[in-house]
Design a protein around this ligand. Structure first.
Ligand code: FES
Length: 179
């Protein structure tokens, strides 16, 4: 709490004490803020190969291979600002007890987000009805020109699931990374 102004007292002294309280409070807030950013941002930039992030742990993925949706959150920094914001999302599924598969949720047709539907045993895009199997393969009559964009995924440290996240251009048969 800032000090009360002394009734009729030295106003300059009051201002000095108030500033000391404000600066002390701001410095005290820095470690807490840094902790939040580090926690939310386990990403490590690799210029041409996307962003490597720990997305989840193996324990959180069902044994039966059902995909689970996870947001990907990153810090963006420019000359003046640092902001934490979602940059996309991934579906991750267990393929074997110690192997996972990850997909960017963006439909390669025109960029809508696909949804996993257990009753269809695959991913559906609500925009133009592209269909993909649970392993990301597109069905014959889907307007998407390629399969879902699979992302490199691996297990580290006995159960951490790491994914190299990247967005790709839509509307192309080839998988072309967005810069
Ligand atoms: S954007 Fe997915 S089918 Fe068109």
């Amino acid at each position: 709490m800032p000090p009360e102004p002394p009734p009729g007292g030295d106003r300059r002294d009051f201002v000095k004490k108030s500033c000391a309280v404000c600066i002390g409070g701001a410095l005290g807030a820095v470690p807490a803020l840094a902790g939040v950013v580090v926690f939310l941002d386990p990403l490590r930039r690799n210029a041409d190969a996307g962003l490597l992030a720990q997305i989840t742990t193996l324990d959180s993925l069902p044994d039966d291979g059902t995909p689970v949706l996870f947001p990907v959150i990153a810090t963006r920094t420019d000359a003046w600002n640092k902001a934490v914001a979602p940059i996309g999302a991934v579906y991750v599924r267990r393929v074997r007890p110690d192997q996972v598969q990850a997909f960017n949720i963006t439909c390669p047709h025109a960029g809508c987000a696909v949804e996993f539907q257990a009753e269809k045993e695959g991913f559906i895009c609500p925009c133009h009805n592209s269909l993909f199997s649970v392993s990301g393969k597109r069905s014959g009559d889907s307007p998407a020109a390629r399969d879902l964009d699979e992302l490199p995924a691996e297990i580290r440290n006995h159960g951490e699931v790491w994914v190299r996240f990247q967005n790709f251009k839509t509307g192309k048969a080839e998988k072309i990374a967005q810069s």
